[in-house]
Ligand binder design. Structure first.
Ligand code: ATP
Ligand code: MG
Length: 171
């Protein structure tokens, strides 16, 4: 079966959770799933449960939440670069049916990895692999190359009323 490239971007909630839903559906079809999380070092709820289901979840970020490009530290850059190299290795291994690279789309915005590097990953994708790229501000060139692009539209978000990330709902 031919695999395609998905991009889940936009400001509204649902990008990472859409990729998790896809992972669950794929697992139910006996597919092999890998998830790499860029810019995340914290333990999100999905981590343990996916690992129990045989999905490796690797994190390429620190505990710090990066809020603007000026806040990026050398360690963030190194971790993201390692994530890029690891993603390359995972794709070249041709071991997985579904490869999810969570938050990779926002990495060029923070100068963590380049748009060209994301395009290289797309080039490396084995024919059968479904590649899922999530994160805000997906670069135009990545959108052009993808086969399926969904932009989550933020109609309302309780973030603006001071409701920050909650366990089980956002993390
Ligand atoms: P989910 O994981 O729930 O599917 P998502 O992947 O679509 O969400 P992300 O861009 O990864 O969304 O970011 C979600 C986090 O950003 C949440 O913890 C939320 O509290 C926070 N957030 C939401 N809106 C904003 C905003 N306008 N500015 C900064 N942070 C925000
Ligand atoms: Mg997300």
């Amino acid at each position: 079966m031919k695999g395609y490239v998905h991009v889940y971007t936009g400001n509204g909630k649902g990008k990472t959770t859409a990729s998790l839903g896809l992972a669950v559906r794929a697992l139910g079809n006996n597919m092999k799933v890998y998830m790499g999380q860029f810019m995340k070092g914290q333990k999100y709820g999905e981590l343990n449960v996916l690992e129990k289901l045989g999905v490796p979840v690797e994190r390429f970020g620190t505990e710090n939440c990066i809020i603007s490009p000026e806040h990026v530290q050398e360690v963030d850059r190194i971790k993201a670069k390692n994530g890029y190299l690891r993603a390359k290795e995972i794709l070249l291994s041709d071991e997985y049916d579904i490869v999810i690279l969570d938050e990779i789309c926002i990495c060029p915005y923070f100068n963590l990895i380049s748009t060209d590097e994301i395009l290289q990953l797309i080039d490396l994708k084995p024919e059968r692999t479904e590649l899922i790229l999530t994160g805000r501000y997906a670069p135009e060139r990545v959108i052009e190359r993808a086969d399926l692009v969904t932009e989550m539209l933020e109609v309302k978000h309780y973030y603006y009323n001071g409701i920050l990330a909650r366990n089980g709902i956002e993390r």
